[in-house]
Design a protein. Structure first.
Ligand SMILES: [Zn+2]
Length: 354
């Protein structure tokens, strides 16, 4: 196996090392010497079962009754509703608890379910870019409406795809959890971005993607307004991040042309994911953007994908042992992962063979 030459010091291609995550101020251990096997493409022969467009037992399909007793409308595009099993409730009474070393505070918020399409059989890579753009429109509307509520200071948009990610319903959908506090990961990223903004009067991610574009080692896709890359500090084997080239604090600031470009890069990236092991690729994805508690010039929004698969549809990475007790670790380097994703087609494998 010929090791590709990267711009980094060559020891970093083969020797164990730590990489720094500029967004969270955390480290990841990289062990490239453990990836003995060369890339062989897909190694499993999983059969793709064609799903029906409508499932009468699905609580997200149009016209079906949900656990709450509510009936979904016969929606034709996107559809959102308040989660029937919400983790946060809007009218939680404000209270704090402090006793010795024990501390707690009540939390209020609102959780919503976002249906991407009425078609039960679809996933984001199988939808058209204009259908994905409609999903982005709904994300924008929810971010603006929920964020306008004075009790809500943060709006987290995310998707769990695949039962391996704990998603029990294959109907294409995501969630929004909005709440009064700023959650932990968001707060870490905010502190780092604010430090950089105050010191440089520029967004941290503007400078970062500029460097990545110049190096061109971890960029998977690029269009006029967005890049998709494997971040230098990626933890998950095929972790990626979509970043707008223009410094936008949140998705509400996208022009219609930028929104279309965002939809296209989501479609192409998730198609490459499915093509990697010729399976409906599982992941958790989420958008990190400005909290809604005031002005945040430092924030540069981005969408991250954390997929658990390692070498095939069956071989999953577990965060156990050292990772639970010390810090995250990976074998395949970010550059190798980017190379593997880069060479894949943006035409979905199920549409490719005849
Ligand atoms: Zn359904």
């Amino acid at each position: 196996m010929v090791l590709k030459k990267y711009n980094m010091e060559s020891t970093f291609n083969t020797e164990p090392h730590r990489r720094y995550n500029i967004l969270t101020d955390e480290w990841v251990l990289v062990s490239p010497h453990r990836t003995k096997r060369p890339w062989q493409g897909k190694t499993d022969n999983s059969v793709t079962v064609k799903k029906a467009k409508y499932d009468e037992s699905c609580y997200l399909c149009p016209t079906n009754k949900r656990a709450s007793g509510d009936v979904n409308p016969d929606y034709t595009g996107t559809y959102s509703f308040n989660n029937d099993f919400a983790a946060l409730l809007p009218d939680t009474e404000e209270s704090t608890f402090n006793k010795g070393l024990l501390k707690a505070t009540t939390e209020s918020g609102l959780c919503k379910v976002i249906c991407f399409s009425p078609d039960h059989s679809l996933t984001l890579p199988l939808m058209s870019a204009s259908e994905i753009s409609n999903v982005i429109s709904l994300w924008r509307k929810e971010y603006a409406e929920l964020g306008a509520n004075p009790k809500i200071n943060h709006v987290q948009i995310f998707e769990n795809k695949g039962d391996i990610m704990g998603c029990s319903n294959p109907h294409p959908h995501g969630q929004i959890w909005s709440q009064s506090s700023i959650p932990e990961v968001v707060l870490k990223k905010q502190i780092q971005q604010k430090k950089y903004w105050n010191a440089n009067n520029k967004s941290l991610l503007s400078d970062y993607i500029q460097q990545e574009i110049e190096l061109d080692e971890r960029i998977i896709l690029k269009n006029d307004h967005f890049v998709a890359l494997v971040p230098y500090w990626a933890v998950w084997p095929y972790e990626t991040m979509i970043v707008p080239i223009k410094h936008h604090q949140h998705i509400g600031q996208l022009s219609s042309e930028e929104q279309q470009a965002f939809a296209e890069i989501i479609k192409d990236l998730t198609t490459k994911y499915d093509n990697l092991f010729e399976t409906s690729f599982p992941y958790s994805s989420g958008i990190h953007q400005s909290p809604t508690d005031g002005e945040h010039p430092e924030w540069h929004f981005h969408m991250s994908f954390y997929p658990p698969l390692l070498r095939s549809a069956e071989v999953k990475k577990f965060m156990v042992g050292y990772e639970m007790f010390a810090n995250p670790q990976r074998d395949i380097t970010a550059e190798q992962a980017a190379d593997n994703l880069k060479e894949l087609s943006t035409i979905h494998y199920t549409k490719n063979n005849n």
